[in-house]
Structure formats: C-alpha cells, structure tokens
Design a protein around this ligand. Sequence first.
Ligand SMILES: [Zn+2]
Length: 247
Amino acid sequence: MAKKKKNGVLVFLLILLIFLVVGMFAFMMRTADHSAFEPIPIEPPTEPVTEPASVFDKNDPNLVLVNKESVVDESYEPEELVYIDESMRAADRAPQYQRMQPEAAAAFEALVNGAAEDGLTIKVTTAYRPYSYQADLYNYYLAVKGEEWTKQYSAPPGTSEHQTGLAADVSCPSINYELDVSFGETAEGAWLEQHAHEYGYILRYQEGMEAVTGYSYEPWHIRYVGTEAAEVITEKGITLEEFLGDI
Ligand SMILES: [Zn+2]
C-alpha cells in the first residue's frame, strides 16, 4: 500500500512538473509575443525618390511645337531673322524666305559645310515663311492641285513650322533643287539622315510617322531643335511630338 501511495505522489509531482514546464513555456511565449507589439523605432524619413530632372525645358524656344493641332497665330513672328549665306541658297527662290533665326542659321551653315567636306551640296530652298506666305501658298495649292493633295502636303496657315524660322526645306543639284521624296534617295538625303543631328537638326517628317506628325514623309524638311534634343530624338528614332511628350 505504501509503495502505491508513493507512486501516486510521484505521478502527482510529475504532472505538476509538466504543468510547470508547460506554464513557463506558455509564459515565455507570451512574453515573446509581447515583444512583437513593442513600438518599432521610427526611422528618420528618407529623401523622396525623384526622377532626375530632365535637361530639357519645354519652354525652350528651340523646342516650340507647331503642327496641325498646335497652331500659331497670324501675328507670331521670330524676334530676329538673318539671311543664310548666299552660297547656300537655291538661286531661284525669293531671298526673304531664305532667312532663319540666328542660331538655326549658323547651325545650318555648319551643316552645309559638313556636307561639303564629304563632297556633297545641300542648299536651302525656303526656310522662314510668314503666315501670309503660307496662306497664299495654301490657297494656290488648293486651286492648282486640289483639296486632297493640298491637305496632305501643304500646311494650312498657322500650322507650318516655317513660320518659326527654325525649319528649312533643302535639296541638292542632282534633283535640280526640287522638293521631292526622291531627295531621300540622294547621297545628300542619306547624309542628312546620318548627320543632321550633329548640327542640331532633325528630319521632322519621317516615313511612317504621318499619324503622329500629321504630315507625309518629307525628307527635305529639316528642323532646328538644338544638338542635345536632336541627338536624343535621332537616337530614339522618335518625332518631336513624342520627344516633347517625354520630357
Ligand atoms: Zn518644309
């Protein structure tokens, strides 16, 4: 009987021990859990992550956008216009339309000299054209070529880049200084495609970009935007519209 009693005490102590261990374990877990709700030290706020500022400014006058949606009014006129060097002007066009803004004119002359170094001849046919010229031209084309042709190839007054003094139509002797898509096939046209950006110019109306620019392919129409912008636009193969949308 005494042995049985002793065994009962042992079992009781064992159960008590188990309770104690389980209880301690539960207490420790509780303590551990508690620590999870301790306030997390607040870290000092880090610098807000910002995109590096674009080096381009939409208000840069060299990046002005003129197209069929972004129209300039009749009174818009560049502050200053200078004649492009006479040797670089197609002879049978009116000289007053062979002017550009000074920076664009200087860049154009550098471009022509660059082409000459490669044995090629590029001349301007017309560059700056005032609102009135574009209005007359548009009406002339309407009468002579009809509405369909005119809408595709000629800019209604106020929608032509030529009014900015930053655009030039160029050609070469092998096609008689005509403005024709065949210019793109000439050595001069190919040279422009490769080198225009080095002088701050872009080929404004690229093939296949009609839906964006609103104009058919015009390999002869170049536009001054400055060398940095020209390099990005050319490298990415985008239009001025797309470039301005990105900056
Ligand atoms: Zn043009």
